[in-house]
Design a binder for this molecule. Sequence first.
Ligand SMILES: [Zn+2]
Length: 298
Amino acid sequence: MNRECNIVKDIISLYVEDMVSRDTRTFIEEHLEHCPECRSELEHIRKPVELVTDMSAAPINDLKKKLFVRRVQTVLFTTALVLAIAVSVFAIMTAPRFFPYSRSLVQVTEGQNGVLTITFDNSVTGYGYTVRGDKERGTEIYCINAWDTVWDKHITDRGQQNIVITPTSNADIAVYYAQNNGSEDVLIYGLNMDDNAGTVTLPRLILIQYFGMAMLALTILIMARFLFRRREKVKIWLNRIIPFPIAYILAHICTKGISFYSYSAQRDFSIIVLVAILLYCVMLAGGSLYKAKKERKS
Ligand SMILES: [Zn+2]
């Protein structure tokens, strides 16, 4: 090792940082050309420097992004789960419990101009009715039902429930009480004008159709998942779609149990869809979090 080498070694880090004058640069480069020892020293200095620039921002940003995504997923998972449980409990508590007919349950009073007031017993907290008209015969048939809910009974006081019926024109009116329990509708006002005496208001079975559709969709999707197991892109999409029919099936069970008939199908279906969307979020976020946890462990 000669004197020149020592000088070069002293200033080589400045040379790497590009902090030397042009003359010094020329001197170092001329020396490096014929001195392999200093060249290897230069290589040695350069490498860690390059590594450090590589290591700097990118992976840290990546990690920050990952942590952020994980935090969002955790919040989504928790919020959606809490909401799904809350909506299910609320749905069960506000599910109408229909009253069977009794004399004290419902009173019909006739007012002026044929206006009818239907007054329910205090235990009734809600009611519904449908009207069937026959314009040719000039008849109007009202079919009413009444219910309470766990929620109304313990939490709200809705007061007495009344229905006021104002007949259109001179129609003959008949009012039936639908018991919604498989028993016959009871005529509570007017003459029996129904051709088929002894009508029973039937529950709607639309929910079993939707449930069946969800089961069918799930079966098809699982089969597709099997067929396309080697196609990465298709697989990813199927993995995102498959939880939805599962969420729908779970939502049905959470809010309706294993009952498939409904006298308030629209209400029940809206609640099932809402809970299904929430459970879908829970499953997607939960799935990602579980995957991240497994990756960290391995
Ligand atoms: Zn040298």
